[in-house]
Design a protein around this ligand. Sequence first.
Ligand SMILES: N[C@@H](CCSC[C@H]1O[C@@H](n2cnc3c(=O)[nH]cnc32)[C@H](O)[C@@H]1O)C(=O)O
Ligand SMILES: [Zn+2]
Length: 433
Amino acid sequence: MSTLAITGGRVLLPDLRVVEADVLVDADAGEVLDVDESREVAGDDDLDASGGLVMPGLVNAHTHVAMTLLRGYADDKPLDAWLQEDIWPAEAEFGPRDVRAGADLGILEMVKTGTTAFADMYFHVPEVVDAVRESGVRARVGHGAVTVGKDDEGARADVEESLDVAREFQGAADGRVSTALMPHSLTTVDEALLREAVETAREEGIPVHFHANETLDEVDPIVSERDERPLAYADDVGMLGETDFCAHGVHVDDAEIELLAERDTAVVHCPASNMKLASGMAPVQAMLDAGVTVALGTDGAASNNDLDAFDELRDAAMLGKLAADDASAVPAEAAVRMATEGGADALGIPAGRVEAGALADLVVVDFDEPHLTPAHDPVSHLAYAVTGSDVRHTVCDGRVLMRDRQVLTMDESKVLARARDRARAVADRAGGE
Ligand SMILES: N[C@@H](CCSC[C@H]1O[C@@H](n2cnc3c(=O)[nH]cnc32)[C@H](O)[C@@H]1O)C(=O)O
Ligand SMILES: [Zn+2]
């Protein structure tokens, strides 16, 4: 067994207490062996955490990672117009190599800003899997299926591709890749095809991930056509299981919140995307009060416009107060839990906590910075003052991916150059800016 010791720092424990301790990791099994307050650990390799805080790697539980190529491509529009007029025409120009370049760029950004696991809904998924494999991060991936605007054959093929991808890549990259059936949303996938695919997913034990109740433009037609709330429809289709997770949950009523809690279906809150597209404010404190598992997601880089999960943490704590009209809503501890164990729960991975037996998905945040001084309460800083650029080391599955801000598994300048070239060519083909 080879071991990694993370020494000299403080450690964020699962109960959110912060103690002086070293962390010993089994680098082969990718697991935390010990959190040692006596500071007597020694490992085959050592990461210096002095002046820093060892904490769980953040989980970005909803993104479209290759959309980094469209960062800043189209801003300042509502969801529907933004997707139809700008994003979908540009994405129609994406080939596999574009998705790979965008995925590499997004993963590089996430590793540098302390995210160790993410959920990704996109297309050309084999490219995303390769990017995950080579970079060393962890992800639950899926093919986003859309049937609107397609003929019967094309619609069925897209939904089948989503099932096929989920079957094929489950367990890839030494188990760091898991999968889900990913119907895009309740309004963009045909009902009969949706029911059939979800039934198959249930039989085969495949989780389901989808966009839900993001905007009123999406909720209102369902309510008027079906005379039921979107999540009642989703429940009837069978996509609110305990391994399932939906993104957004902005416009949910009390009965839908109850349903999510009863079914143990996680909601991925995406505050920056919801603000930028003016989608609305998710009732996060009400969901937490009802016992819903809430995770955090950046959504794609084109509606954020970065993949820094620490930004998301801060936005969640801020927007949660505004939504509840209560400054005590979504306190720092709740936001930190959403970004760590909430995300791990949504993705179904035993991470998000620094304790023996958990996955060794860890980051070290530098606290020796002007904007983090003094540190009366480190958890407050994590929610309100830390940014992704404060991350010193990133470890995933027991392997050091970034040491002293140097990413070891990717060639940073090459990734940036390739992404710039690919993004420019996509924009040219799409006739954009
Ligand atoms: N197979 C589909 C692709 C779906 S991938 C998932 C899609 O979600 C889109 N997307 C990104 N952000 C959001 C959002 O906030 N709400 C809904 N869709 C989004 C993204 O641009 C991407 O097209 C097709 O052939 O069109
Ligand atoms: Zn999305």
